[in-house]
Structure formats: structure tokens, C-alpha cells
Design a protein around this ligand. Structure first.
Ligand code: UDP
Length: 415
């Protein structure tokens, strides 16, 4: 079976999710590597060694390995510092390949830093290069999801989008943006979404999930309503809008907002959100949970009446998928990938305005109407079936085969 080098220079697929350094992209690389290996692809995922304690190789599953490559100091670095390590990382991957006498048939890279490294390697090895950018600087700037992006990234992405053999976009919208902003022809972009683990995230016993949260002191005993938000604690996620919306709700019951995500690097953002909660008078009903281990999140989703995704931008937005797979309605910003995954009025609500009032209105509507919540939740679960990781990996495998078939057979690597 062909062998694929998956590049994830700046973050490891095994990093714990929900801190400040790992989110949807990490989950994607991990799940896809496992699912592709399960159907026979040989997968090596290369990432930068950011600690001296890490081994050279971690087996992920039969046929899938994570390989740590030394490039720069063996410690966590900011993305800006990583840009100068692209060549060193590529050389490190090539050194591993040479040592093992391996041959790769295809390169699949993630985020612009890895795409830059992937170009160097694919050209050296004479193989095709598929790239996923996950986010693009100019898209973030235009969506006002970011005020400033490094010029090096902007310049590199402008070149890389044309250099790679094929781009994998998560949504049709991303494909359009690639054409509008960068002039990338449609046919050079394949649209394959991210996915969701339909076994881990499925409707379960709501009362049982709530009892777990009561026992652990997250919410008080009694008839309370629960809103859940999940994501890295960053301004981009728009949690301040949600805290303000919480204060505007008009339902009679006590409504608690549980926010999962964050680590020591997001202390400033948490302090900002706490200040907002104090200002609007709902501090005692907001719970900051810190990063919740991914496998424990299902309890929170299942205990939730509504999951809210108030982000300023989401290139895809896995949290919304996880909530819908759990049978919970979602109220989300009408941005990026959320428009593709949430069916407005059927599986949740899409809010076009980035202000608290329309969020409060939709949340109130759902909290007051149990049959509506159930109907949206059930439709959400059904709509997620197309996003099973095995289905996503199957589409990706088809794209790999097509790409390999289009004249790119592995040539002996240059020594
Ligand atoms: N996540 C988690 N624990 C947390 C917070 C987030 O496991 O405390 C996971 C979440 O379940 C999802 C991912 O991190 O799988 C976030 O992906 P998403 O696409 O929503 O956002 P991104 O981080 O890519 O912006």
C-alpha cells in the first residue's frame, strides 16, 4: 500500500485538545491517520519535537506512526518563531527518511508552515503534494477574525496556494475564497470536510450526565438549564458575546454557562471574560472548566440544553459537529464552516450578528421549548452521519489514489 508523509510541523496530533496550542486540526490529523491506516495506507505523521523528553517515534496504530523531528529548540515556540525553521524541519524529515531507507508516495501537509516544508520535500522526492491550510491569513483578516497577520505568512500563502498539486478545502465556501482571494482555479481544490466520532459523541442519558456534573460540583442540584461552549480560550471564539447573552436571557430557570477550554496561557482571556461576567451580573453562573479531556466532553454535551458557538470565525468548527452528533441543538455564528454544517432552523440556529441580543433570543427560544430542542437535536444527529471519520478518510483515500494515478509515482528519493 502507498506510503504517505503527513506533515504537521507546528503542533502534534497527540497534543491534548482545548489548551491554547491544539484544536480541530490536531483532532483531524489524528483521526484521519488512524482511519487511513485502518484501511491499509502506511501513514507517517511528522511533527516538530517541542520537548527533549519526546521519543523519536510513537506508534499510533498498526500502519500509523508519529515521528518527532528536531528543528530548533526542543521547547514550545510561537508560530512566528517557527517560520524560520521550515527548512530545518524539512531537512529533519529527509534525514529520517534517509536513515530508514523509506520512500514516500505522497505528501499531505497541514497549515502554511507544513505546506512550505511539504513543497521542499515533495519536489525533492518527486512526488505529489496535497495541502490543507486550515486557516489562511487573508481569509482571517477579511473575516475580521484577526487584526494582524505576519507578512511572511501572507506572502508565503500567496505563493503556496499555487505551488502545491492540490488543495483540500473543508467546505465549498473555502474553495470559493481560494478562487476569489488567490485566484486558485476550482478544479485544483477538492472539498472534503472534517469529521466527528459518532460513537464517542452520541445522544446518551441526559439525567445521568447531569448527575455527573452535580456530583463534581460543576452545577448545583435542582432544575437548572445548562449552556455549553467549548474551545480554546481566545477572543476569536467570541465567548464574551455569550456571557453577555447569558445575562439577557428571560427564561425563569437558573441558566448556567459552562465553558470548556483554556490553559495557563489563556489566563488573560479568562480574566477578561470574568470581568465581562461581573459587569453584566452573571459571574456566579459562568463556570470556566479549563481544558476538558476530549473523551470527557461527551458528558458536558449530553448535559447541555444548548451548545453555543459564538465564534468570530471558524474555518470548520468541530465543536458544532460534536454537539449535533450528541443530539443537542447548536446556536452558532453564521461564519465560515458553520454555515456548511449547521442547517438553520433544522439542526440549530445561525446568528448573523456578532452581538449578544440575537444569541439570547435563539437560546431563550430553545430553552422554552423542549419539543423544539428535541426535534433539532434529533435532526442534528441524523445530519452528522455523513461526517463519520471513516467516510471522511474514505474520501481522502480516493483523492490520494486519484492524485497518485495522475502521473505521480514515487521515484527513488534523491540521496
Ligand atoms: N476540545 C477539547 N477539550 C476542550 C476544548 C476543546 O477536547 O476543553 C476539542 C473539541 O472537542 C474539538 C477541538 O478541541 O474537537 C476544537 O476544534 P474546533 O474545530 O471547534 O476549533 P479550533 O480549535 O480548531 O479552532
Amino acid at each position: 500500500m502507498p506510503r504517505v508523509a503527513i506533515l504537521s510541523l507546528h503542533t502534534s496530533p497527540l497534543a491534548p485538545l482545548g489548551g491554547s496550542r491544539a484544536g480541530g486540526m490536531n483532532a483531524y490529523i489524528h483521526e484521519v491517520a488512524m482511519a487511513l491506516a485502518a484501511v491499509g495506507w502506511e501513514i507517517d505523521v511528522f511533527t516538530r519535537r517541542d520537548s527533549a523528553q519526546l521519543p523519536d517515534v510513537v506508534p499510533m496504530a498498526p500502519g500509523a506512526r508519529l515521528v518527532y523531528v528536531t528543528a530548533g529548540p526542543e521547547e514550545p515556540l510561537e508560530p512566528e518563531a517557527l517560520a524560520s525553521l521550515v527548512d530545518e524541519f524539512a531537512a529533519g524529515v529527509e534525514a529520517v527518511r534517509g536513515r530508514e531507507g523509506a520512500r514516500y508516495d505522497l505528501v499531505h501537509s497541514h497549515y502554511w508552515l507544513s505546506v512550505a516544508a511539504g513543497e521542499l520535500l515533495a519536489r525533492r522526492w518527486g512526488v505529489r503534494h496535497l495541502a490543507m491550510f486550515h486557516t489562511l491569513a487573508e481569509v482571517k483578516l477579511r473575516a475580521r477574525a484577526s487584526e494582524r497577520e505576519p507578512q511572511a505568512r501572507i506572502d508565503a500563502e500567496r505563493v503556496l496556494v499555487h505551488a502545491v498539486d492540490r488543495i483540500v478545502a473543508a467546505t465549498e465556501h473555502e474553495r470559493q475564497l481560494l478562487r476569489q482571494i488567490y485566484g486558485v482555479p476550482r478544479e485544483r481544490v477538492a472539498v472534503i470536510p472534517l469529521g466527528v466520532d459518532l460513537d464517542a459523541f452520541r445522544p446518551r442519558d441526559r439525567d445521568g450526565a447531569r448527575s455527573v456534573l452535580v456530583r463534581s460540583g460543576v452545577v448545583p442540584r435542582g432544575d437548572v438549564r445548562i449552556l455549553v461552549a467549548v474551545g480554546r480560550l481566545e477572543p476569536l471564539k467570541g465567548f464574551d458575546i455569550l456571557v453577555r447573552a447569558l445575562a439577557q436571557l428571560t427564561v425563569d430557570d437558573d441558566v448556567f454557562l459552562l465553558i470548556a477550554g483554556g490553559d495557563e496561557r489563556s489566563a488573560a482571556e479568562q480574566a477578561r471574560l470574568e470581568a465581562v461576567a461581573r459587569e453584566v451580573g452573571c459571574f456566579d453562573r459562568v463556570r470556566f472548566l479549563g481544558a476538558v479531556p476530549h473523551e470527557e466532553l461527551e458528558v458536558y454535551y449530553n448535559a447541555a440544553d444548548v451548545v453555543v458557538v459564538p465564534s468570530f470565525y471558524e474555518s470548520f468548527g468541530l465543536v458544532a459537529l460534536e454537539a449535533m452528533a450528541s443530539g443537542v441543538p447548536v446556536v452558532a455564528s453564521r461564519v465560515g464552516g458553520l454555515v456548511a454544517t449547521i442547517s438553520d432552523g433544522r439542526t440549530g440556529y445561525l446568528v448573523p450578528w456578532r452581538c449578544p441580543e440575537p444569541f439570547a433570543e435563539k437560546i431563550d427560544l430553545l430553552l422554552r421549548n423542549e419539543p423544539l430542542r428535541r426535534a433539532l437535536g434529533e435532526a442534528g444527529r441524523v445530519s452528522m452521519e455523513q461526517y463519520a471519520w471513516a467516510t471522511v478518510a474514505d474520501r481522502l483515500g480516493t483523492l490520494y489514489r486519484e492524485t497518485l494515478g495522475s502521473g505521480a509515482t514515487a521515484v527513488p528519493a534523491a540521496s
